[in-house]
Ligand binder design. Structure first.
Ligand code: HEM
Length: 183
């Protein structure tokens, strides 16, 4: 059978629970995350010269199977919000298991690949890295923890703790993101 649009997958990703395909039942604890989010936050780490402000866009989508596709990109901004330069990017997969258990795989262009486990439900998700794989030239990352909290249906708070470059686990980032209208 020919593809409906030559060269494109006939199976589309959905960014909201109302779109086709319907979300798999196991996505129940995370359907509130579906969509594209944008907002800003700040971060720092003891090894850095100072704190920084950033903005970020995050998308969660699915194709009807029991996993989310996750994609995030961030850029640094000055005190007025003017973009300074591209910063962290990452992409990955959140595999939903029964009872809201989550297994996530997230990779970054800095040579870091994280395997995380945790739970999602009641408007939040809490993931802790079990394993971190590093390419030969990557900065040394031991572990990370990510918490996503829907403070209301259209507001997503994000906190990221990091154990890296010889430092104990501590805050690297926090941000508040807002749901953006569907394209
Ligand atoms: C919104 C996402 C993120 C932003 C905006 C961000 C921003 C930054 C900035 C500005 C720096 C200082 C170096 C530079 O100027 O580029 C930095 C360093 C670093 N970040 Fe992030 N980061 C993000 C996510 C992450 C993640 C997900 C990880 C790892 C799991 C990570 C691990 C590190 C490490 C290891 C360093 C180096 C620290 C050092 O060498 O002293 N970052 N980050």
């Amino acid at each position: 059978m020919a593809d409906p649009v030559p060269g494109q997958s006939p199976f589309r990703d959905a960014r909201s629970p109302e779109e086709e395909p319907a979300p798999h039942a196991l996505l129940g604890p995370v359907t509130g995350l579906l969509g594209t989010w944008a907002g800003g936050g700040d971060g720092g780490y003891p090894t850095l010269d100072g704190d920084f402000a950033y903005r970020q866009q995050v998308t969660f989508s699915h194709d009807g199977r029991p996993f989310l596709h996750y994609e995030a990109r961030a850029w640094l901004v000055d005190a007025d919000g003017t973009p300074l330069r591209p910063s962290a990017r990452e992409t990955g997969w959140w595999r939903l298991q029964p009872d809201g258990h989550v297994e996530a795989l997230i990779t970054q262009p800095t040579g870091v690949a994280e395997l995380l486990t945790g739970r999602a439900g009641s408007g939040s998700a809490d993931l802790v890295s079990g394993q971190v794989a590093l390419t030969p030239t990557a900065k040394h990352v031991d572990a990370s923890r990510r918490r996503y909290t829907l403070t209301d249906a259209d507001t997503l708070d994000f906190h990221h703790d990091l154990q890296a470059v010889g430092q104990p686990m501590q805050r690297h980032l926090s941000a508040r993101l807002h749901r953006t209208p569907a394209p």
